[in-house]
Design a protein around this ligand. Structure first.
Ligand code: SF4
Ligand code: SF4
Length: 282
């Protein structure tokens, strides 16, 4: 029971990810109308459209005319992640996260977390560069370029339609993350994750670090898939994790035995903190 409570965010994330996959499967095979389509474009209860902003952006660059419900779907997704969830799509929705988290777990269990065949510093911003390049390629070829190699689409289609070449690509990503580069795909390549980082840059839900409680054990830094967002703050200051690449996965909160990390609402709590500071000064 203790470990369930301790890993509550991990368990909730897995439930969310598998439920979404199951609903796509159920729509395909039993005609359920709860969630139809795929992670590029879905319909929720046959009414509410949901569209992936990066997929639509590629279509715009490719010269496609975008249907009204797709535009509404993008706006809904922008509202959800831009205002509230930040980059939560990557840790709570995307099925590829199951594979990349597994690779990270294998790395930890085999004690080679830091062994990389590629210099991390040299690929720090590669995902943003790749995101732009693929938009330009989409414009050049007149088609959504990333969709030809998009593992998210392969995964959802694989679940709905069965085994195909896509699983080989997913295996390649697992091997890449395990043996070549830590958090390689999601942390350095995926343009969808890069897009959600930008969309969620000012979102409300954030992890807060309390320096007074921190014992500098390093557990959070070890588990975080994007630990560059933690390193400027951990044991240095009490503040929000404002790094846009944080996926709000909650793993840092779960592994912290000192309760130095917790989820909070950025602007509301910040205002309160500033008010308290002012009253202390007065
Ligand atoms: S970075 Fe890309 S593949 Fe990874 S979880 Fe996010 S959207 Fe999915
Ligand atoms: S800072 Fe915490 S919530 Fe954000 S990505 Fe890292 S482990 Fe996940």
């Amino acid at each position: 029971m203790g470990s369930i409570i301790k890993n509550k965010y991990l368990i909730l994330r897995r439930i969310t990810q598998f439920t979404i996959l199951f609903l796509y499967f159920a729509a395909q095979y039993w005609g359920w109308k709860i969630l139809e389509g795929n992670l590029s474009f879905s319909k929720f209860f046959d009414i509410i459209p949901l569209a992936d902003p990066y997929a639509v952006l590629q279509m715009i660059f490719a010269g496609a005319v975008i249907a009204t419900d797709v535009i509404i779907g993008v706006l809904i997704v922008l509202l959800i992640y831009g205002l509230i969830g930040g980059r939560a799509y990557c840790s709570w929705v995307c099925p590829v996260n199951l594979i990349t988290d597994l690779a990270a777990w294998v790395r930890r269990k085999t004690h080679h977390e830091k062994d990389n065949l590629i210099n991390v510093q040299k690929v720090k911003k590669f995902r943003y560069f790749f995101m732009v390049v693929l938009l330009l390629v989409s414009a050049a070829v007149g088609a959504a370029a990333f969709e030809f190699i998009n593992p998210i689409g392969f995964f959802t289609r694989g679940v709905a339609f069965g085994i195909g070449f896509g699983w080989v690509w997913l295996l390649v990503i697992f091997i890449f993350d395990t043996f070549v580069l830590k958090n390689g795909w999601c942390g350095h390549i995926c343009p969808v994750g890069a897009t959600y980082s930008l969309i969620g840059a000012k979102s409300i839900i954030r992890v807060y670090h309390d320096k007074d409680k921190c014992t500098n054990c390093g557990e959070c830094l070890m588990i975080c898939p994007e630990n560059q967002v933690l390193s400027p703050i951990i044991n240095k200051k009490s503040d929000y994790i404002s790094g846009i690449e944080c996926t709000n996965c909650g793993r840092c909160v779960e592994v912290c035995n000192d309760n130095a990390l917790k989820f909070t609402l950025r602007y509301i709590i910040k205002q309160k903190g500033e008010e308290n500071e002012k009253s202390n000064i007065n």
